[in-house]
Design a protein around this ligand. Structure first.
Ligand SMILES: [Zn+2]
Ligand SMILES: [Zn+2]
Length: 103
């Protein structure tokens, strides 16, 4: 008897509306979340850990953690607010991922 069981991460796209990536400026960033599942024979059977949502750019392959930091603003460093929508952005962002306006 050979049983393959284990914990594997599974990436979930939370919405399929592309957002503008603050780094490359292309609308190819999506809200995603990585959940961890207990799986048997590579089939996820039970979600054991719910991940934090983040924005990941398909092109830059960089996860942007500003959403997490927006929930804990005291921990944020080097942040500034979008002049347009007031959301918290990271230093170095050229475009706001929430409203798509240049900052
Ligand atoms: Zn990008
Ligand atoms: Zn904005």
């Amino acid at each position: 008897m050979f049983l393959i069981a284990g914990i594997s991460p599974k990436t979930k796209i939370l919405d399929d509306i592309p957002r503008r990536c603050p780094l490359c400026g292309l609308a190819q960033a999506y809200f995603k979340r990585v959940d961890h599942y207990f799986s048997i024979f590579f089939m996820p059977v039970l979600r054991i850990k719910k991940g934090e949502p983040f924005i990941m750019c398909e092109k830059c392959e960089i996860a942007l953690h500003e959403l997490e930091e927006e929930l804990h603003p005291r921990q944020a460093k080097g942040k500034f607010a979008c002049k347009n929508c007031g959301r918290t952005l990271q230093k170095g962002f050229r475009y706001c991922p929430f409203c798509g306006k240049p900052v």
